[in-house]
Design a protein around this ligand. Structure first.
Ligand SMILES: C[S@@+](CC[C@H](N)C(=O)[O-])C[C@H]1O[C@@H](n2cnc3c(N)ncnc32)[C@H](O)[C@@H]1O
Length: 390
């Protein structure tokens, strides 16, 4: 057909066509109609048949997020395997895959693939076919490091595993945990043992750094570390404040862990343990400083009662250092806390509490949050925050 072979068929020259009267006289009305129909169709549908271009628009959203999540899962599998195989404990210096395979009694060929994959995700460095730890792997994944966290990661991964998520969502928990069964559900003793190192990777430092703006080193004071776990917060504070004395309150099933640290640090003359259940037992009194780290989130229905008890144990003008999970009112943030504690929620143990609820309970019991100015701006880098008792 004429139209198809006409220069005017080229979509580019189609724009020019109405300005070419000599050419127009050669076309019938039907040809003109078909021509305009064609021009409209090609422009509307963004096609370019003659150049072999893309015949589709991009979807409105990309599926990248799904690939990223699946990729993260695989990378986490690699990390956990690396911890179990203890490869980082042999990679302080550049080594070949076969040397590492020999140390760990593994298959040399697959060790090479494995170490190369670990290099691709940044846990190792690979140069000239030799592997060595990245700085982070050296510090936290080498069993010989004083900050080795491998065991802690494995414990935490198992404790918060979502392997059963589908089953639990489908059928619910077989025997839902009661609120006061936290000690049965969580191995707090093991957590206290392993977090004695984890707490030294930033949490204690944040606490001490902010505390130095409040407590001069030479001031005598008495402190309580409620549900203190390893007791490290109290003891490291005690080491920096020679006039400080203190109590670490812990459940009887955990108490030997902080007791061991008191003995190791030779702080028996200034620090002691009170064993008990803080929901019903006496927690002592006369405290100038109260450390409440990772405890109030688990207060459940007894939160107000517990906070009232804490308030009664505090001296007027005492300071309280709170570490909470900073949970939003609709429980969608922060994702680390929401996903991290999902397994216990699915098991029937409702342990997280919105930050606003904790703050309201503390305020009602006479604790006022310290303003950022009063904390000399340290709060922005803190995981904890300070309150002062009226
Ligand atoms: C998440 S851990 C926090 C440990 C420590 N404060 C820290 O920041 O690492 C909670 C601690 O509270 C203790 N705890 C929980 N419920 C308790 C109760 N009813 N009585 C005494 N201790 C309790 C647990 O034994 C555990 O050591």
């Amino acid at each position: 057909m004429f139209l198809l072979y006409s220069p005017a068929c080229n979509p580019k020259s189609a724009f020019l066509y109405p300005r070419m009267p000599s050419c127009r006289s050669a076309l019938t009305d039907r040809q003109l109609f078909l021509f305009f129909l064609y021009t409209w169709h090609t422009k509307t549908h963004q096609t370019n048949y003659f150049k072999g271009g893309i015949n589709m628009d991009f979807p409105e959203y990309s599926p990248t997020i799904f690939y990223r999540l699946i990729q993260q899962h695989k990378e986490a599998q690699l990390l956990l395997a690396a911890i179990r195989l203890e490869v980082c404990s042999y990679l302080q210096k550049p080594s070949s895959a076969s040397e590492i395979a020999q140390h760990t009694q593994c298959d040399p060929q697959n060790m090479d693939f494995f170490l190369t994959a670990l290099s691709s995700i940044g846990l190792l460095k690979k140069e000239h076919n030799l592997f060595r730890n990245s700085p982070e792997a050296q510090l936290y994944l080498d069993k010989n490091s004083s900050l080795y966290l491998g065991e802690y990661f494995l414990f935490w991964e198992k404790k918060t595993s979502l392997e059963q998520v589908e089953e639990l969502v489908r059928h619910g928990a077989a025997a839902p945990c009661q609120q006061d069964q936290g000690h049965a559900f969580y191995n707090f003793r093991e957590l206290a043992r392993l977090s004695a190192t984890e707490i030294l990777t930033g949490r204690v430092q944040s606490f001490l750094k902010s505390a130095q703006n409040i407590f001069p080193k030479s001031t005598p004071l008495h402190l309580l570390d409620l549900g203190g776990g390893s007791g490290r917060m109290a003891l490291e504070f005690g080491k920096e404040h020679p006039q400080a004395t203190g109590v670490i309150f812990e459940h009887p099933s955990v108490a030997d862990i902080p007791a061991g640290h008191i003995a190791e640090e030779h702080l028996e003359d200034r620090f002691s343990i009170i064993q008990g259940d803080f929901t019903c037992d006496d927690i002592g009194c006369g405290y100038h400083l109260l450390i409440v780290s990772g405890v109030l989130d688990f207060g459940g229905d007894a939160l107000d009662e517990l906070v009232t008890k804490i308030s009664a144990a505090a001296l007027s003008g005492a300071y309280l250092y709170l570490v909470s999970h900073d949970v939003s009112d609709d429980y969608t943030a922060p994702k680390e806390a929401i996903v991290g504690w999902l397994s216990s929620h699915l098991a029937g143990l409702r342990i997280l509490m919105p930050k606003s609820r904790i703050k309201a309970a503390l305020t009602a019991a006479g604790f006022q949050p310290l303003s950022i100015n009063e904390q000399n701006g340290v709060i922005s880098r803190l995981q904890g925050e300070w309150y002062r008792r009226d």
